[in-house]
Design a binder for this molecule. Sequence first.
Ligand code: BGC
Length: 329
Amino acid sequence: MNKYSRLIVYTLGGTLFISSFIGMIVYGYKTFYIEEEVGSSDNYRYHFALVAEEIDNEYWRLIEKGARKIAAEHDIYLEYVGPLKADNDQLLKLLDRMVSVKVDGIITQGVEGQRFVDLVLKGVERGIPIVTVDTDVKSSVRKVYVGTDNFYAGQLAGETVIANTTGEQYVGIVTGRFDAINQQERLEGFKDAIQETERIQIVGIRESNITQVGAAQATYSLLKEYPAINVLVGLSALDGIGMVEGLREIAPNKDVYLTAFDILPETLNLIQREKIDATIAQYPEKMGQVAIEAMINLQQSDLLESEIFTQTIVVEKENSDAFLQGERR
Ligand code: BGC
């Protein structure tokens, strides 16, 4: 290569490098989280933010749906943000950003650790009311929690296993994430319910990372390590669906009692087909609605209550029709 062509190659290479570097700085954050851009907040009464555990998760989209419905009725600009993949660190960064841009109110999943507690304090000190939804952090100065009583929901799962099985039961648990407080509370509730029933014991616990494929893999590995498992308990919304898949792979003919969480359409479908025996219904759309209503009230003054629990119900084949048709949502 002569001097002239080398100069061209270097110049082209350099330009390419600089433009991709700028692109990475400007757009790189989209690799980690998404914000729904819905226009400008200028012409609205209030600007609220809803911070999800994982932006495209079906369950969080239902919370968003409920929140948007009430927001639209009250002239509220709602910004829905969340990590692309569940990740506490990314969520906390988003929360920090929402505090910094001084929205009028933040509804967020509660996250374990001191950083969350500090951020909530920072927000509230700046006059931004903060509401936890789906998962609470009681030690923070959040104004109110809206969502399931997760310990109780875990107890319900335990009682369902007690009521529907006889003889020795070896339980495999699939949890969404070890570091999600609501999953920890559900597990504690489950353990509490079965503690006096000696014939039932937990033999293994795996994480699904709140994905269906993660739950399938978790189930596969649980049964591989503990072939005696005859009860599977899923603690987050996609776990039941993944558990059915994992079980089909490793032990298609084994009779396993299976309980799931939430009433996503596919879970209800599997209940009707007798692949899942029971699921604990939560009301994410309602959570979104109530959280926005609470936030509107918080713009005027503090609320009297600090926890607003939404319903929790055991759904089995017998009562699943009403849920499938949407009457009980
Ligand atoms: C939990 C949420 C979680 C979702 C995952 C639900 O059961 O309440 O915290 O994000 O499952 O799919």
